[in-house]
Design a protein around this ligand. Structure first.
Ligand code: PEP
Ligand code: MN
Length: 337
């Protein structure tokens, strides 16, 4: 339930209602805005009837939240959330590029890419230390050694780091080494994993499952926020369709839809979304145009030697072209790179 207070309502008025909500065993939410304060009550809304909230003099309106997801919904928070990844602010009027290799393979490889993207003005580094691979015989990532390299790269190049978590029991271990947990497509509905990152205080980049509906994605984000972590970024990374020309079908409907329904930042991953190197540049421009808050892109200085996803990795030249090509689109969208 959403309770909209009158503009002249004070914090004391709000607290009185919040205490009443809590006394019924519902979760109270306090959302002060510039012009007026909005309160929320999560849980069994039928219980609220006994409070007769619309008879409070400082209550302007009481409205049910209609969507099954509440915390992520624009019904509850109309303005865009701005989320910090190691001090880099994502969302709002920004368009942010996250780049780096699919997997961390070694110091020379990781530092080489980090230096290249830093030179291109990219503020955030990606790199997988734990890799969820389709085949058990494929490279599974360097694990802790990879995390140590990510932390070293962060310090050397001042680039906060995004890296994938695949096991809830790694949440604490990873906390010191990374700035943002990536929950991958294959784990979008691993509810114990969502709760584990929901208990952390660092940002979470939540990728859409390859067969997940947008409602399922939003409910997965709801799990993380409900567990206590509001710092969630949604990411469209392509879905499985009948089309086989590309690795996945990048669903740009999703971006526009998610921006409409949710206040969370929405990113696009054109690398996995297409799996085709030459399509990453045009789909990145499309992502900006449709209203995404950023992209996450794979890059490698020597893709032929990459241990995963080399076919879709951008080289230094590809990457500098990408940055130049998205610039006018970002400006046209009224955003800042
Ligand atoms: C990745 O980012 O390298 C990755 C495995 O992504 P996804 O979960 O979207 O497949
Ligand atoms: Mn990859």
């Amino acid at each position: 339930m959403i309770i909209i207070l009158k503009p002249q309502a004070t914090e004391t008025d709000a607290n009185e209602i919040l205490d009443k909500i809590a006394s019924l065993g519902l979760k109270p939410l306090y959302m002060p805005g510039i012009e007026r304060t909005v309160l929320g009550a999560l849980g069994d809304e039928r219980k609220l009837k006994q409070l007769h909230l619309d008879s409070y003099p400082m209550v302007d309106a009481v409205k049910p939240v209609l969507s099954p997801y509440k915390l992520v919904s624009r019904e509850l928070q109309a303005h865009d959330s701005i989320i910090s990844i190691g001090g880099v602010k994502v969302g709002g009027g920004k368009f942010t590029v996250i780049a780096g290799p699919c997997s961390v393979e070694g110091q020379d490889q990781l530092f080489g890419v980090a230096e290249m993207i830093k030179d291109q003005g990219v503020p955030l580094l990606r790199g997988g230390a734990f890799k969820p691979r389709t085949s058990p015989y494929s490279f599974q990532g360097l694990g802790l050694e990879g995390l140590k390299l990510l932390k070293a790269a962060r310090e050397q190049y001042q680039l906060p780091v995004v890296s994938e978590i695949i096991d809830p029991s790694d949440a604490e271990l990873m906390h010191d080494y990374i700035d943002c947990y990536q929950v991958g497509a294959r784990n979008m509905q691993n509810f114990r994993l969502l709760e584990a990152v929901g208990k952390q205080d660092k940002a979470v980049l939540l990728k859409r499952g390859m067969s997940a509906t947008l409602e399922e994605l939003l409910l997965a984000a709801e799990y993380i926020i409900n567990a206590g972590n509001p710092n969630v970024i949604l990411c469209e990374r392509g879905i499985r369709t009948f089309e086989t020309a590309t690795r996945n079908t990048l669903d740009l409907n999703a971006v526009a839809y998610l921006k409409e329904k949710s206040h969370l930042p929405v990113f696009v991953d054109p690398s996995h979304g297409t799996g085709v190197k030459s399509l990453i540049n045009p789909l990145s421009r499309a992502a900006v145009a449709v209203g995404a808050d950023g992209i996450i892109v794979e890059a490698h200085l020597n893709p032929k030697e990459a241990l995963s996803d080399g076919h879709q990795a951008l080289t230094a030249d590809d990457f500098s072209r990408l940055m130049a090509d998205i610039k006018p689109f970002v400006a046209a969208a009224g955003k800042q790179l």
